[in-house]
Design a protein around this ligand. Structure first.
Ligand SMILES: Cc1cc2nc3c(=O)[nH]c(=O)nc-3n(C[C@H](O)[C@H](O)[C@H](O)COP(=O)(O)OP(=O)(O)OC[C@H]3O[C@@H](n4cnc5c(N)ncnc54)[C@H](O)[C@@H]3O)c2cc1C
Length: 510
């Protein structure tokens, strides 16, 4: 294995969001070395092979990325037509009467006053008591989303609320590339035809189509689904999640806003016949996409269904069709190559976790690489952690399909009966059905879960995974311990400290 103490040249292959996020985090971390000419970082991207160009929603993690590289919201958001995201509204997923929609919030410190009531009530609802356990009522961000408010509180409101963003992925890539170059990243345009190996099997240099070579000590593969270095050159196997997650295609259509003086502050995810559709508000347009399985419908059927949903009669508004490779690599860091972004794997975009994962991968790598004195000492531990994160996210996404009671198409019937679910997911669902403590189950040895207990409560309660109400149960004062009108008032009063999303974005000084 290479001793990378002498790492002087880092080459990043790929200029999609993953490549430019990597470049920015690395230049930030190692700026002194770069300034002293001890380290050089070069990003090479093809002018002929485009970026994926979708990926318009984030988790709250993206805020910490910009904080880390020292960029304010006023600097990047207007340039990327970005808006705020309080969470995701799931519509028509459960297939059960009375459970048509629920909101998956980004939780914050303020929810410490109300979330325990939700968890408590859902515990009693799981025993058949008639208590309200719809998550929406218990989280401030659900109310902010419903009221189309921004998640930035007035100055006198003493709590911060967590939030994500919506943005134009292409513009975000451009913004990040300009910023990284001003910080000292070298930018090369060229298509990589092949990679040369050193005698020990490590990567040695990338050969461009004009014959130029880019030699390096460490290579970051951000070449998207092609995974030119890690999968194609170093032959690291890809583990498909097709058995767990059927969706492998997407079709996207951008539409103008219906009401130009209103702006949602949530992603809307609507279950469709063969998958689901997103509705993402940007400042200048709405991003729409339908993620589906090509085993169950054709690209044209999917496009037609999306157009019908959007009530779109204007055929001049074009659709964009994409293929997705869903799964992960066996090892994310192998020899002197780290894969980041789509080249390391992808779980369909239902909870918009891909960029979150990109950041975790780079942060985790930088930490492991530095702790190991710039050697590969912590490579195996890093890979184990990445795999567990991937598998944990996969399970949460799988649960959206497996828990559904929809029976309208073969797609939903097979998803609902899919036997290919992980042990961890089986334990979580069983624990819920038994009425046991999910918090405890999630920290048992061997459990893999990316999502916190509250998210599991939200999806299970939001889908109505409950027994029939038991009217024979005696009135139990304990079941009604929480004063729900009081919670409603508390959340309502908190929400008065937040402004209308559209007005907030338009009145904010640039
Ligand atoms: C339908 C869909 C919806 C998504 N929605 C979300 C979302 O809401 N939220 C989210 O976080 N993520 C989402 N994602 C994922 C997100 O788009 C990607 O994770 C993100 O854009 C990073 O992509 P990337 O940089 O890895 O790859 P790409 O954008 O594909 O970039 C690959 C780069 O590699 C270069 N390249 C490739 N081969 C070569 C070569 N031989 N020589 C030189 N250069 C080369 C290309 O030129 C390009 O610059 C979504 C993805 C899909 C498919």
């Amino acid at each position: 294995m290479t001793n990378s103490k002498q790492c002087k040249n880092i080459i990043i292959l790929g200029g999609g969001t993953a490549g430019w996020m990597t470049a920015n985090l690395m230049v930030q971390q190692w700026q002194k070395k770069i300034a002293n000419n001890q380290l050089s970082i070069t990003l090479v991207e093809s002018a002929d092979i485009g970026v994926i160009g979708v990926g318009e929603g984030s988790t709250p993690q993206l805020k910490s990325f910009f904080d880390k590289i020292g960029v304010t919201e006023q600097e990047w958001m207007p340039q990327c037509n970005a808006t705020y995201k309080n969470g995701i509204l799931f519509k028509n997923w459960s297939g059960k009467d009375d459970f048509d929609s629920y909101f998956h919030p980004f939780t914050s410190i303020i929810d410490a006053h109300t979330a325990p009531a939700f968890v408590y009530n859902s515990q009693f609802r799981r025993k058949g008591y008639d208590v309200d356990s719809c998550p929406d009522r218990f989280f401030l961000s659900a109310t902010l989303a419903k009221q189309q408010k921004s998640p930035i509180g007035n100055k006198n409101f003493p709590f911060d609320v967590n939030y994500g963003y919506h943005f134009d992925a292409v513009l975000l890539g451009k913004f990040l590339s300009t910023f990284a170059v001003t910080k000292g990243i070298k930018h090369v345009i060229g298509t990589v035809n092949e990679a040369e190996l050193a005698p020990n099997g490590d990567l040695h240099a990338l050969v461009l189509n004009d014959g130029k070579k880019l030699a390096g000590d460490l290579f970051i593969d951000c070449s998207g689904f092609a995974s030119v270095l890690l999968q194609k050159t170093l032959k690291v196997p890809f583990i498909s999640f097709k058995e767990n997650l059927f969706n492998d295609r997407a079709v996207t259509i951008a539409t103008p806003h219906e009401d130009t003086a209103k702006l949602n502050s949530q992603t809307i995810s609507t279950a469709m016949k063969y998958g689901w559709a997103w509705d993402i508000p940007l400042t200048n347009r709405t991003g729409n996409g339908y993620v589906y399985s090509s085993d169950f419908c054709t690209a044209q059927q999917a496009e037609d269904e999306l157009r019908e949903k959007l009530k779109l009669t204007d055929s001049s508004i074009k659709a964009n069709h994409l293929k997705m490779k869903v799964g992960r690599v066996e090892k994310h860091w192998h020899r002197n190559c780290l894969a980041v972004g789509l080249s390391q794997g992808f779980i369909e975009p239902l909870e918009a976790t891909a960029l979150h994962f990109v950041q975790e991968a780079i942060d985790g790598f930088i930490e492991a690489y530095e702790n190991g004195g710039f050697t590969h000492q912590y490579q195996a531990a890093f890979n184990d952690k990445m795999n567990a994160r991937f598998d944990g996210i996969r399970d949460y996404i799988v649960s959206h399909y497996r828990l559904s009671n929809r029976k309208d198409t073969q797609y939903w019937r097979l998803n609902g009966a899919n036997p290919n679910i992980s042990n961890s997911l089986k334990i979580i669902v069983q624990c819920w059905l038994n009425g046991d403590d999910l918090n405890k189950a999630l920290v048992q040895p061997g459990m893999v879960s990316f999502y916190p207990p509250v998210s599991w409560h939200v999806i299970l309660a939001g889908y109505g995974v409950f027994p029939q109400l038991n009217n024979d149960l005696e009135k139990n004062e304990l079941a009604n311990k929480y004063d729900l009108p009081h919670i409603d008032q508390f959340i309502e009063r908190c929400s008065l400290n937040f402004q209308d999303h559209y007005q907030f974005l338009n009145s904010r000084p640039q």
